[in-house]
Design a protein around this ligand. Structure first.
Ligand code: GLC
Length: 496
């Protein structure tokens, strides 16, 4: 029984700066994306999640929004958006937007007003705090991008909170007017016809009321980045968040019969905490993103064990989901090599639950070297050299062997992967054994088989306990290495 389109559907993430440029400025845009919709439809996916397209100073490439209801001129116009949405729907696809509720840009008129005076009507729409007794930031909270999460505003003598860049002040979801304004933003886009949202850093949007210091992280090492200096006990994942999520869900459910709009929460928390974001099934997000395939060591037993843990942690009626890549993570083929990226594709598209794939992974874009003068990601610029930069995952899509890989007529904003002349869509469509054809075949198999998308999950272990030690043997090709040398495409291994 299909309850909702997204239960049997596959989501494809488009990072608009890097998908297709139509304006000749080296940056992807909405018109370009519309020109490539037939490609997306031909993959066999069901929905597109589009990273932010709203007006933005681009300090964090669109995740710093200066107008929640507009379209960034670099990407196009409202008319371009309407045309894109109509074209998406005409192909039977859905369109999900990126809703960024935790923070706006410091250039948003709300923040400009908020910082204008302590008595400004919108002062409380952001999180302001007096300096600590004796001066300095109010507490030890750190930004996810390094450094203190507090920035001093000399004009008004208080600090404002920013969980990310100083240009991304955190909004105050405890303020009812702010909440109402953000609900209006959701309705604005739902009224225009979008099919749901991916909600950015959802677990961040509610902070503890007493602003207590976060506990120090006993496992901190400088190579992790300063975000990990403390455990985010008081700055994220507070119990009151679930009432905020419930309101969002009520809005989504009030559109198109209550089962058409999907809410996907970006939530990076341990499994038991992650599961709470499903709520009771009708008051949480539909899909709290599950990043385990990105984060878990790529070892068959470890992955199998996680799948079991995840399946058994799901609350009754909750629908699973799996993610293999994103604009924030290292490319799957970069981490594992193409042979294992193929195995990962098989796992992603044969597990029960909604899969999300990230543009470019379907052609196996691997690691991309970003030379120092080409670095664009503020994450890398703030804490250089730790390997935290996200530029390698954001390089342009390669369409063919023409100049700039058919992405643009101008030099792209980030370099292409080195092997783009052979690793591109057009070349891979000609090759029945390419990773792109594997993706297309898997997606088609999945569409034709209710069991693959929705059937119950049962591990096939040949009797070997998951946690047993000893060499792994692939039960497909019997390759004892259980490593990137095994390319038979069987995703399950057993002990000897
Ligand atoms: C999310 C986005 C990431 C962004 C961050 C701050 O994690 O995916 O790209 O930098 O939020 O908005």
């Amino acid at each position: 029984m299909t309850r909702c389109w997204w239960e049997g559907g596959t989501i494809y993430q488009v990072y608009p700066r890097s998908f297709q440029d139509s304006a000749g400025d080296g940056i992807g845009d909405l018109r370009g994306m519309e020109q490539r919709l037939d490609y997306i439809a031909s993959l066999g996916v069901d929905a597109i999640w589009l990273s932010p397209i709203f007006p933005s100073p681009m300090a964090d490439f669109g995740y710093d929004i200066a107008d929640y209801r507009g379209i960034e001129p670099l990407f196009g116009t409202q008319a371009d958006f309407d045309s894109l949405l109509a074209a998406v729907h005409a192909r039977g696809l859905k369109l999900l937007l990126d809703f960024v509720p935790n923070h706006s840009s410091d250039q948003h008129p709300w923040f400009i007003e908020s910082r204008s005076s302590r008595n400004a009507p919108k002062r409380d729409w952001y999180i302001w705090h007096d300096p600590a007794p004796g001066g300095g930031p109010p507490n030890n909270w750190t930004s996810d991008f390094g450094g203190s999460a507090w920035e001093y505003d000399a004009a008004t003598g208080q600090y404002y909170l920013h969980a990310f860049l100083t240009q991304q002040p955190d909004l105050n979801w405890r303020n009812p007017e702010l909440r109402a304004a953000m609900h209006d933003v959701m309705r604005f886009w739902l009224d225009r016809g979008v099919d749901g949202f991916r909600i950015d850093v959802l677990w961040h949007i509610c902070k503890s009321l007493d602003f207590a210091d976060n506990p120090l992280n006993p496992d901190y090492h400088p190579s992790m980045g300063e975000k990990f200096l403390v455990l985010q006990t008081h700055s994220t994942d507070q119990p009151e968040i679930h009432a905020i999520v419930r309101d969002m869900r009520t809005i989504a459910d009030s559109y198109r019969g209550g089962d058409r709009c999907v809410l996907i929460g970006e939530i990076c928390l341990p499994l038991p905490r992650l599961m709470t974001y499903y709520g009771n099934g009708s008051d949480g997000v539909h899909l709290p993103f599950n990043f385990a395939l990105i984060e878990t060591a790529w070892q068959a037993r470890t992955i199998a064990q996680f799948i079991e843990e995840y399946e058994s942690a799901l609350p009754p009626g909750a629908w699973p989901n799996w993610v293999i890549g994103s604009h924030d993570a290292k490319r799957v083929a970069g981490r594992l090599g193409e042979p294992q990226a193929r195995v990962a594709a098989m796992l992603l598209l044969t597990l029960r639950g909604t899969p999300t794939l990230y543009q470019g992974d379907e052609i196996g874009i691997g690691a991309v070297d970003i030379l120092p003068d080409m670095i664009r990601d503020p994450r890398e610029l703030r804490e250089p050299g730790l390997g935290l930069g996200r530029d390698p995952a954001r390089t342009p899509m390669a369409w063919d062997g023409s100049p700039h890989a058919g992405f643009s007529t101008a030099k792209p904003w980030l370099p292409l992967h080195a092997d783009w002349r052979t690793r591109n869509v057009s070349a891979q469509l000609e090759d029945p054994h390419s990773i792109l054809m594997l993706y297309r075949n898997l997606l088609s198999l999945r569409r034709d088989s209710h069991e693959l998308a929705k059937g119950p999950y049962e591990p096939c272990l040949d009797g070997a306990p998951l946690a047993s030690s000893g060499d792994d043997v692939c039960c497909g090709c019997r390759d004892a290495a259980m490593s990137s040398t095994c390319v038979c495409g069987v995703a399950m291994y057993r002990g000897p």
